[in-house]
Design a protein around this ligand. Structure first.
Ligand SMILES: Cc1ncc(COP(=O)(O)O)c(C=O)c1O
Length: 500
């Protein structure tokens, strides 16, 4: 349906066809060091020894003035809330980035699961250039051409690909699977999308309480205001999102947080009855926890959670900010699940505009109907710029050839990852976590993930930690097989050198 996308009313339309995406992939893979490519026909019997030694010495900043002066400037003027490695990135192409001293890195962090189409994508760049010189920002006081188009694409893709109560494979919103419509609210980040979702759920809770008691919805005595979240969740850093991010190191310095939050255990069936009650207005969960350790919720548990939300009239929110938008190979991480596992609200952000800031709340009409003019808002959200880029990116990600590429290459990555616990059984937990291109390797020693990320960086590959005990791989979705081979060869080199 979206194999060829023309940006309407642009003087120089940007056609994005299967051919263009393939051509781009070929160009991209030609930047990969093919000499490292493995021969798939030969079964792997032992870890690669190609990267036992570091490629770069990153123990101290390079002596180049470009690096030292930038780091010094940052140290003087930027709030030191991040511990950054001592180099300065200057440009990228596909899955690769370079620093100002010419060092080249394979980016398997993709801007923390953001750059789905890689760095410096030509199509994204054209849309940014065109839209910035046409209409960049108008505020939400006025309509713009792109916000409704992107909202329509999000809803129609959800109808066909599955999610939010639509079974995968529905072909039209009038089918028996689709008894409802859906609406979108655009924000600027993931945190803001979650703030919006929590506010909407609060309002729905008050409406539902008012409908059963005959009281006014804004009566301050309304008890249906509690929110449920889960251990190791990550939903953002603003006060509301932080209050449902149940990780001590993030919350402790900022208490008191918003009251009325209960914390359960992911995949724990026993806790659900006591955790979610009549006073619960919202339950928020990541179908695959990203920051918390790449841990997936099970289908049975999501079904039980949905059922408990229905029993208590609680709004079920799936935070798909990291795991959604084709990272698992389907539109949503829950797209392939039966509708009795689906949420009322989906939040998204990261890859939607490939790095241009955007977030969104997608909600069933039955939930959306509580929100009227003036009940929520944002200055920047839904700008023509963000939505034009988002429409372009989502059209490309949803192209069937692109989805097939994700399936094929992520299956290949999986086949290599699955070997690691067998080769390093004392270091690694037996099961590789996550799905598609959101994968986590669990370590038995919690000091190891940070060390592996550092060792990989010294060998020219960016990885991430996740939770207390995992290394996370979230590459760009257009990553090529040769690049997966480089990342896995490096990972194997790091594990071998750590084992000693
Ligand atoms: C699942 C999830 N929710 C929310 C957020 C917060 O998003 P943002 O950093 O865009 O505010 C993140 C960020 O990592 C995330 O992974």
């Amino acid at each position: 349906m979206h194999s060829t996308v023309r940006l309407a009313r642009l003087s120089s339309p940007v056609p994005v066809s299967r051919l263009q995406i393939l051509a781009q992939s070929v160009a991209l893979s030609s930047t990969a060091p093919r000499r490292h490519a493995s021969n798939v026909s030969e079964p792997r019997t032992s870890p690669s020894t190609r990267y036992l030694k570091p490629t770069y010495d990153l123990s101290a900043p390079s002596q180049s003035s470009a690096t030292t002066s930038t780091i010094a400037l940052g140290e003087e003027y930027i709030l030191p809330v991040y511990a950054r490695p001592p180099f300065v990135l200057s440009h990228g192409s596909g899955s690769w980035v370079w620093d100002v001293d010419g060092r080249k890195f394979l980016d398997f962090s993709a801007g923390i699961a953001v750059n789905a189409l890689g760095h410096a994508d030509a199509g994204v760049s054209q849309v940014l250039q065109h839209q910035s010189s046409t209409l960049l920002h108008t505020s939400n006081v006025y309509y713009n051409q792109w916000a409704p188009k992107l909202a329509e694409l999000l809803v129609t893709l959800t109808e066909t690909d599955g999610g939010l109560g639509y079974a995968a494979g529905s072909t039209s919103p009038s089918s028996s699977n689709a008894k409802h419509g859906a609406k979108v609210f655009f924000s600027n980040s993931g945190t803001e999308a979650n703030e919006g979702a929590l506010k909407i759920a609060r309002k729905v809770g008050k409406d539902r309480w008012a409908a059963t008691t005959g009281e006014k919805a804004d009566d301050p005595s309304c008890p249906k205001t509690r929110i449920v979240c889960f251990e190791n969740s990550f939903h953002g850093r603003s006060m509301g999102a932080l209050s449902v991010t149940s990780t001590e190191k993030y919350q402790a310095p900022f208490r008191p947080l918003i009251p009325g939050v209960s914390v359960g255990k992911l995949n724990d069936m026993e806790c659900l009855d006591s955790l979610v009650g009549d006073d619960t207005c919202a339950v928020i969960v990541e179908p695959i926890q990203g920051e918390g350790g790449a841990t997936a919720a099970t289908e049975e548990w999501l079904r039980a959670l949905r059922k408990r939300c229905d029993q208590t009239g609680s709004v079920l929110i799936y935070d798909e900010i990291q795991c959604g938008l084709y990272r698992t190979g389907t539109l949503w991480a829950h797209s392939a699940l039966p509708v009795d596992c689906h949420p009322d609200i989906i939040t998204m952000a990261k890859p939607l505009a490939n790095g241009y800031p955007i977030g969104a709340v997608l909600l069933r009409d039955i939930i959306a109907s509580t929100m009227t003019a003036g009940t929520h808002g944002t200055t920047f959200g839904g700008s023509p710029m963000a939505c034009a880029v988002g429409h372009h990116v989502l059209s490309r990600l949803s192209d069937r050839a692109f989805v097939a590429h994700i399936e094929k290459i992520s299956a290949y990555m999986s086949s290599r990852l699955e070997l690691l616990p067998k080769w390093f059984p004392t270091m690694l937990q037996p099961h590789v976590r996550g799905r598609g291109f959101i994968r986590g390797l669990g370590f038995n020693d919690v000091s190891h993930p940070g060390k592996v990320v550092q060792l990989a960086r010294e060998r020219g590959v960016f990885l991430l930690t996740a939770g207390k005990d995992a290394v996370r791989l979230v590459p760009s979705l257009n990553v090529e097989k040769e690049e997966v081979d480089v990342a896995l060869d490096v990972l194997e080199g790091c594990l071998s050198s750590l084992r000693g």
